[in-house]
Design a protein around this ligand. Sequence first.
Ligand SMILES: NC(=O)c1ccc[n+]([C@@H]2O[C@H](COP(=O)([O-])OP(=O)(O)OC[C@H]3O[C@@H](n4cnc5c(N)ncnc54)[C@H](O)[C@@H]3O)[C@@H](O)[C@H]2O)c1
Length: 378
Amino acid sequence: MKDLRVGVIGSGGRGGLAVHAHRPGKGSVVAACCDSNPAVLEWNRERYGKDVFTTKDYRKLLDQDLDAVFVTTPDFLHEEHALAALTKGLGVYLEKPMAITIKGCDRILAAARRERARLFVGHNMRYMTVFIRMKQIIDRGDIGEVKSAWCRHFVSYGGDAYFRDWHSERRYTTGLLLQKGAHDIDMIHWLTGAYSKRVSAFGNLAVYGRCKRRPKSEKGIATFNAAHWPPLKQQGFSPVINVEDQNVMIMELERGILGSYLQCHFTPDSCRNYTIIGTEGRIENVGDGPESPIFLWNRRKDGYEMIGDQVFRGGTVSASGHGGADEVIVQEFLQYVRKGGKTTATPEAARMAVAAGCQATESLRNGGKPMHVPALKE
Ligand SMILES: NC(=O)c1ccc[n+]([C@@H]2O[C@H](COP(=O)([O-])OP(=O)(O)OC[C@H]3O[C@@H](n4cnc5c(N)ncnc54)[C@H](O)[C@@H]3O)[C@@H](O)[C@H]2O)c1
């Protein structure tokens, strides 16, 4: 079997995911890297060997002999980079969110269809063992018919990761309800098996707007630092912050399911906590690591017990990155490029997560007005 030749556009940061695709002689090899930062290209040559082609210009990367590319650049570049790669007929692993507008997603989907190219969107949470287990339990009917889905998302690293670089500006992300929330909206859609039809939201910049900014001339450092606490005492924030640091979204999904998503970027701790309620019980995860517990309550009681009537766990994994999900998702993408077939994450679902996130952002900037979520085009 000839190795697939893979390129990476945005080969630092999240582009590090491509290390899972570098297995010379075992199916795939990272053959080309593009990054605007020369230090990243230097790291790429060390990591992937002296034969790797490196460039600052993604067009030059796309001129190489490649089978597939990872697009792991910041959100606002996804559409441009994905369209260029799809137009070359390459298999594309595109990071979430698929794009920062609904129209952008639809253009990407149309290009993939037109070129018959294999497009895949990196919703890696669908590959985390704890959520795979949770979905299995829901799908086999343990909580009956699903009717409610709630997610609380505490983001302790928000102040470091999203308010010091491009993430802090609407023109690069639309907003954090989309940028960060794309994962959670997709999980709510996936766990319930239903897409959002209507959404409404509130959000504001409650804390980081009051923190000390860095001068425009200085580069932002978006690295997690546990000593950065409490938030209001911190400095070095982006000169422009026009995204929200807390968001509250409500969703009307298909089949009469109602959902809610709460996102806060100034909590001391981090956790994604989903509660799904059906006609015969309630299921909830605490944490997203492979060993995080999943509680299932299905016996009636007049009170609350923190530990469920049954307790499950996702189970350990031998793979690495984001609780094993990153290695697994990369292998599924490479398999898809080779053979096609069904995948757990799909571009259509990724587009629906963007559609709900964009419409909710529109809502929160317009007094919480309910917004229709446009369905996928046939
Ligand atoms: N699925 C996940 O769990 C996950 C985790 C982190 C990030 N992401 C996604 O990955 C993407 C990148 O996020 P990040 O935090 O790594 O961002 P980042 O700012 O670190 O950028 C990634 C890389 O792209 C490079 N780059 C920027 N502009 C470029 C250009 N014009 N041409 C070529 N290279 C360019 C940067 O130098 C960097 O090496 C985002 O869309 C984000 O949402 C997903």
